[in-house]
Design a binder for this molecule. Structure first.
Ligand code: PLP
Length: 441
């Protein structure tokens, strides 16, 4: 389709994010419409969404209630200044969100993306210790293979080499724990793998190296999605919590993917029963319909800032579009849809069927691991010698040609269908992947 590069619909000017631009523009894949579980392509084909867009459209596409809420809000109040002013839906949404999440995570800071949520959480952690008079706690600890978005904070604590290596020296004072991926002991686990709780003790090593009094916070994804779907080993998160408690380190869960039902509970906090101090979310909060993120903090964190003169700003942080009216309207409607259609329970009910379906791929060519939890699965392929990622990318293209959208990261296929998926659609997604795996070299 190179001719199209000279038409008014020129594909050239748009520098696409996390995309092989030249490959894409030589053979573009364009969606023009979406409803329920399906996208419609520009050549009028239906494509079954095996990835909830990018892990965000948890309630499926074009839910009428969400569409109407956005339309109405655009007419009623398009924008209100985010600083020193407010609008009612921002407060209503915050109240509903804190009522949903367990424990005393009872204040919310709004952002526009997962990356902004992560940078917000890291800044709050640093400023919190300072507000308490603990200003030596400036180090941030992440984990190898972590994905925390693309801000400088997020890539600094993140642990995916290509997201870091091109961007200079990143934030100072960051260290990383070992990742938990251990296929030699845990391949083909269903749910949480048996082995690896002791990897949390890597935090003890970092504490011994730097001194606990220099460490502000540890950030992990309770279930790591974008790096290729890595489940926390049994006991790992509990141990991490205990070590953070021992040394006064804040624990941040990055729930940008796990939040809003993906594991069959509202949050991973519920699913694993481990209480962090800060939770970052985005994506599913507004069903991907309007960009939004939300950072939850425990009561004591908010309170630590509420000192000083009452007319003084307590936290010098925020975005022009924090709690944007359209995003708030979309999120409130999204929460209604989750509740009215009981989608988190639906996810939990479907999870065993989904688990059996994805594990049926075990003996197919190239498959070296299958792992799953809730409505998430990772299918790891053996890399082609000398050509990492090529096999999975070919699988992605072939699935798309056959009408199924999957996502790949490295040589791992990541599945995360909208929570409205049904059993026949799960069969279609998995059956298409099976056909493709038999077909590719
Ligand atoms: C765990 C996690 N954190 C942060 C992000 C970044 O979110 P965004 O792309 O909205 O900035 C993602 C995106 O996939 C994510 O999975």
């Amino acid at each position: 389709m190179p001719d199209s590069l000279n038409t008014p619909n020129d594909l050239a000017p748009f520098w696409m994010p996390f995309t092989a631009n030249r490959q894409f523009k030589s053979n573009p894949r364009l969606f023009v419409k979406a409803e329920g579980m399906h996208y419609t392509t520009s050549d009028n084909r239906q494509v079954l969404d095996g990835t909830a867009g990018l892990w965000c459209v948890n309630a499926g596409h074009a839910q009428p209630k969400i569409v109407e809420a956005i339309q109405q809000q655009a007419q009623e109040l398009d924008y209100a200044p985010a600083f020193q002013m407010g609008h009612p839906k921002a407060f209503e949404l915050a109240a509903r969100l804190v009522a949903m999440i367990p424990g005393d995570l009872d204040h919310v800071f709004f952002t526009n993306s997962g990356s902004e949520s992560v940078d917000t959480a890291l800044k709050i952690a640093l400023a919190y210790h300072r507000a308490k008079g603990d200003a030596s706690r400036t180090r941030l600890i992440g984990r190898e293979r972590g994905y925390h978005g693309v801000g400088f904070g997020g890539i600094s604590v993140g642990g995916i080499v290509n997201n870091r290596r091109f961007f200079g020296s990143l934030l100072a004072g960051v260290d990383h724990m070992r990742h938990t991926h251990d296929p030699a002991r845990n391949a083909f686990s269903r749910g949480q793998p048996e082995h690896g709780a002791e990897l949390a003790d890597d935090l003890e090593r970092i504490v011994a190296l730097h001194g606990a009094e220099t460490i502000a916070a540890v950030i992990v994804e309770p279930m790591a999605g974008s790096t290729g779907v890595l489940m926390p080993p049994k006991g790992y998160l509990e141990r991490l919590r205990a070590i953070c408690d021992k040394y006064g380190i804040l624990l941040i869960f990055d729930e940008v993917i796990t939040g809003f039902g993906r594991l069959g509970s509202p949050f991973a906090v519920d699913h694993f029963g481990v209480m962090p101090d800060i939770v970052t979310t985005a994506k599913g909060v507004s069903n991907g319909a309007v960009p939004m993120g939300a950072v939850f903090v425990r009561k004591g964190i908010y309170d630590a800032f509420m000192n000083g003169p009452e007319n003084a700003i307590e936290l010098f942080h925020g975005y022009t579009y924090s709690a944007h009216p359209l995003a708030c309207a979309a999120a409130l409607a999204t929460l209604d849809v989750y509740r009215e259609q009981d989608l988190f329970q639906r996810c939990a009910d479907l999870a065993p069927y989904f688990e059996d379906a994805v594990h049926s791929l075990k003996d197919l060519p190239h498959v070296i691991d299958v792992r799953n939890m809730g409505l998430v699965a990772g299918i790891e392929l053996e890399a082609r010698p000398g050509a990492p990622t090529a096999r999975a990318f070919e699988a992605f293209l072939k699935c798309y040609d056959k009408g199924v959208l999957i996502r790949t990261t490295g040589d791992i296929i990541a599945l995360s269908p909208p929570l409205i998926v049904d059993k026949a659609q799960i069969d279609t997604i998995v059956g298409t992947i099976a056909d493709v795996l038999k077909d590719i070299a």
